[in-house]
Design a protein around this ligand. Sequence first.
Ligand code: CU
Length: 442
Amino acid sequence: MVTRREILSAGAVVAGGLTVSKKAQASANGKSRKWESSYSGQKRKAMRPGKPGRDYQPVTTPGNTTLPYKIVDGVKVFHLIAEEVEHEFCPGLKATCWGYNGRVHGPTIEAVEGDKVRVYVTNRLIAPTTVHWHGVFLPSGMDGVGGLNQAAIKPGETFMYEWTFRQHGTFMYHSHHDEMTQMALGMMGMIVVHPRRPDRNYRVDRDFVIMLSEWSIKPGTSRPNSIAMNDFNVLTMNARAFPGTEALVCKKGDRVRIRLGNLSAMDHHSIHLHGHYFKVVATDGGQIPVSAQWPETTVIVPTGASRDIEFIASEEGDWAFHCHMTHHGMNQMGHNIPNMIGANIARLNEQVRPILPEYMAMGHNGMGDHVLMEMPAPPNSIPMLGAKGPHGGITMGGMFSIVKVREKVSADYRDPGWYNAPKETIAKQASAEALKKDGIII
Ligand SMILES: [Cu+2]
């Protein structure tokens, strides 16, 4: 963060005042190292390991977990095991992926600025791999690009990475060896580093971590297709597709941070929250000064970037939280189908049934009928959209979750089920009296 002193000295330069110090001039010329250290707020030397509760409030990764560590001689020691994982994207759809420690994606690595960390990476895959610590400032030899910074970790080998965190923020980790294959199969995870001395703007009640990613899994198959370039059909939050995503449960009035990271192969995501506005408070490059934050209801998370958003959960209810690209709110959508909107399907059925007696034309009124439809489908595939909601089928899938805001929540923020909205606040069919009173002629 920029200090008051720096703002004052920068002001002196702009004003062209008589008292411009050499230091301020150097800073204005971009020669000072001050900017970098003020960004981090920390020296590069290790500090005592940050402790949950005392130095930070742990984050929640819905549908996933945080990587455990142990402390050895003042160093936080982590162990990532790269391995094949049977992963469930949502009930009905599993695939054989590559992940870490039995999970897809890997567990969230959580630390505090000033922590010295050592991460062992064991490769139990059939291919060489590496881990890149995306957005983290560390020695070049620890950066994890296979061939560039280090030799790739061969199957069976264990490598050791070591650095001291000198920044805080939301970062990511992922394979940086045969990225196209290994990232398409799931080899990625999130990193959260808390500030050592958080200012009063940092404290939140709920601190969520969500990784956005995309997959190509043809219905009836069980191996993500890493060759796919533009027909991704399973869009996920923390590697789960709706209705498999875990809700974000908040107490009314909570200050909430959601740390979004995107490591999709080819897409940015336009993440939209209903019922509230939020502020974008940080990127993987650092915190955004309060004076430079602006209100939004949708944030684009570019691939290879993180965006931290914050809001006050002021409105009770079930609020959709999803990618606004409509094809990213579908599951296993096939695109090689004719456009049937408005077609006369009665005649079509009549013409086709002599050849295919079971034939039933669909799609003439859109895709809404596909919600939870009992249709013959290949094993291990999910309907394109849908979950049973309190008011009928929810015509969403993929990169979709729900922020559930309640007056009362359990101590462990368990999913409270559907929101029981006051009857008079629910949209319903207009009555004849209402139509008449307001002069609506139908
Ligand atoms: Cu999207």
